[in-house]
Ligand binder design. Structure first.
Ligand code: 13P
Length: 246
């Protein structure tokens, strides 16, 4: 199975910066890299990135509405994302859980909205530092994933999961390969138990993944790729991580 390296640009970018970044990626990647590559961009830039047509790079959003259409000011529906060629939608990123009060149930509904139009939700789970120190890591990530399984059990093999320990995001602190693998194995078992489908669900690691630590993280048995924040904004760094995944 190909690994998936997905960039999460977060609230960064401009027309000029995006164009330069994608041109550098196109040049560095060639026609068909030996892993899957995606960039999850701010919604206003979906049209731009779609029109730049970098064949080796799939397009994703950073969020999606749980609603289909109607009076939901500021929301972007899954069908709209689909119109712009989005293949992935991040749901339940810890920054949305933290700053926008997103609950496990809402995240599960967002995953359902994406799946309904054929967009692959990248479901983020992860514990805070306080939760880890209290020995609650497993309980927290299982609860977060269980909500998504509860709502989407029949098509659970079509999601991607991203384990992103909150304390490792944007901090320069990475989970060690062993710490990450331990949580991935827990999530893998939970996904297997929830599905009678033989397909392997991709489980990505996210949290200060960079050119220096990518290879050791990606060599773990249950780490199927990465969800990259800061390092996805620099073409050379993102390309190094992609190279480590091939
Ligand atoms: P950083 O790679 O900047 O730590 O961000 C990780 C992340 O939140 C990806 O979704």
């Amino acid at each position: 199975m190909n690994k998936l390296i997905a960039g999460n640009w977060k609230m960064n970018g401009s027309l000029a910066a995006n164009q330069a970044l994608l041109a550098a990626l196109a040049q560095g990647l060639g026609v068909k890299p030996a892993c899957d590559v995606a960039v999850c961009v701010p919604a206003p830039y979906l049209a731009q990135v779609q029109s730049l047509k970098v064949a080796a790079v799939d397009l994703g959003s950073q969020d999606v509405s749980a609603q289909t259409s109607g009076a939901y000011t500021g929301e972007v529906s899954a069908a709209m994302l689909k119109d712009f060629g989005a293949r992935y939608a991040i749901v339940g990123h810890s920054e949305r859980r933290q700053y926008h009060g997103e609950t496990d149930a809402l995240v599960a509904d967002k995953a359902r909205a994406a799946l309904a139009v054929g967009i692959t939700p990248i479901v983020c789970v992860g514990e805070t530092l306080a939760e880890r120190e209290a020995g609650r890591t497993e309980e927290v990530v299982k609860r977060q994933l269980a909500a998504v399984i509860h709502t989407n059990g029949h098509c659970i093999s079509e999601i991607v999961v991203a384990y992103e320990p909150v304390w490792a995001i944007g901090t320069g602190k990475t989970a060690s390969p062993q710490e990450a693998q331990a949580v991935h194995a827990v999530l893998r078992a939970q996904l297997k138990a929830a599905s009678d489908h033989p397909a392997r669900v991709k489980i990505l690691y996210g949290g200060s993944m960079n050119a220096a630590n990518a290879a050791s993280l990606l060599s773990q048995a249950d780490i199927d790729g990465g969800l990259i924040g800061g390092a996805s904004l620099k073409a050379a760094d993102f390309l190094s991580i992609i190279a480590a995944a091939q």
